[in-house]
Design a protein around this ligand. Structure first.
Ligand SMILES: Cc1cc2nc3c(=O)[nH]c(=O)nc-3n(C[C@H](O)[C@H](O)[C@H](O)COP(=O)(O)O)c2cc1C
Length: 199
C-alpha cells in the first residue's frame, strides 16, 4: 500500500476478531514504532506487549482503576466502551516514556518542554504502529482512556516514567466509514496566499 493511501484508509477499529496476531507481524509493527523520528534521537519509548493470559489481568486492573474513579464520583467518559474494545483485542501495547514524570507531579518549565518533545516522538512511533498494522491487514485503536486507571496500570506493568497511551491490535471485525475531519480551510492558514512563481 502506498503511504498516502494508507494514511487515508486507516480507521480506528473497535471490533476485533479473536484470531491471534502472528509473531512476525507483531514484531514488524513494533519495529515500525521504533523507526520513528524522535527529538535529539532520544527514542523516549518503551513498548510493553500484553497478550495471552495477561489480557485478563490487564482488564482486571483497568476495570479496578475505573471502579475506583467511579466510587470517587468521577465521570468515566468513554472508558467503559474503550475497556470493552481492549477486552476483545488479542494484543494491547502500552507505550511508556521512561523519561517522563507522572502527570500529577510538578514540572519545571524545562521539564514541560522536554515532555512536549518526547510526547511528539512517542506520537510518531504510535502512528507508525497504526500504519504498519494496516499494511499487514490488522486493525488498531490508539487509546488514552487507560488514564482512567493510570496508577493501577503502571504499578501492574511495573514501569517507571510516564504512560503516554496504549494501542490495541487485532484482525478487524468491522470496516467503518471515514470519520469527519474539520475542513482543510478551517485548519490551514497560508502566510502567503498564492504559491510563489519560483518556488
Ligand atoms: C491521542 C489519542 C487518544 C485516543 N484515545 C481513544 C480512546 O481512549 N478510546 C477510543 O475509543 N478511541 C480513542 N482514540 C481514537 C479517536 O477517537 C479517533 O482517532 C478519532 O475519533 C478519529 O477516528 P479515526 O481514527 O477512525 O480516523 C484516540 C486517538 C488519539 C489520537
Amino acid at each position: 500500500m502506498q503511504t498516502l493511501e494508507a494514511i487515508a484508509a486507516r480507521r480506528s477499529i473497535r471490533k476485533f476478531k479473536p484470531d491471534p496476531i502472528p509473531e512476525d507481524a507483531l514484531r514488524a509493527i513494533l519495529t515500525a514504532a521504533i523507526q520513528a523520528p524522535s527529538g535529539k534521537n532520544r527514542q523516549p519509548w518503551k513498548l510493553i506487549v500484553v497478550r495471552g493470559d495477561k489480557r485478563a489481568e490487564m482488564m482486571k486492573v483497568m476495570r479496578g482503576g475505573m471502579a475506583g474513579r467511579k466510587a470517587e464520583g468521577d465521570d468515566l467518559g468513554s472508558s467503559e466502551w474503550t475497556a470493552r474494545v481492549m477486552d476483545q483485542a488479542p494484543v494491547t501495547v502500552f507505550v511508556i516514556n521512561p523519561h517522563g514524570k507522572q502527570p500529577w507531579l510538578a514540572h519545571s518549565i524545562d521539564e514541560n518542554f522536554q515532555e512536549l518533545v518526547d510526547v511528539q516522538s512517542v506520537g510518531a512511533a504510535i502512528q507508525n504502529m497504526l500504519l504498519a498494522a494496516l499494511d499487514l491487514g490488522l486493525g488498531s485503536l490508539w487509546i488514552c482512556d487507560v488514564f482512567y486507571a493510570y496508577e493501577q496500570l503502571m504499578n501492574w506493568l511495573g514501569e517507571k516514567g510516564q504512560m503516554v497511551a496504549a494501542v490495541s491490535l487485532g484482525y478487524p471485525d468491522e470496516s467503518p466509514e471515514a470519520r469527519s475531519r474539520k475542513p482543510f480551510d478551517e485548519v490551514v492558514r497560508w502566510m502567503q496566499a498564492r504559491a510563489p512563481r519560483h518556488a
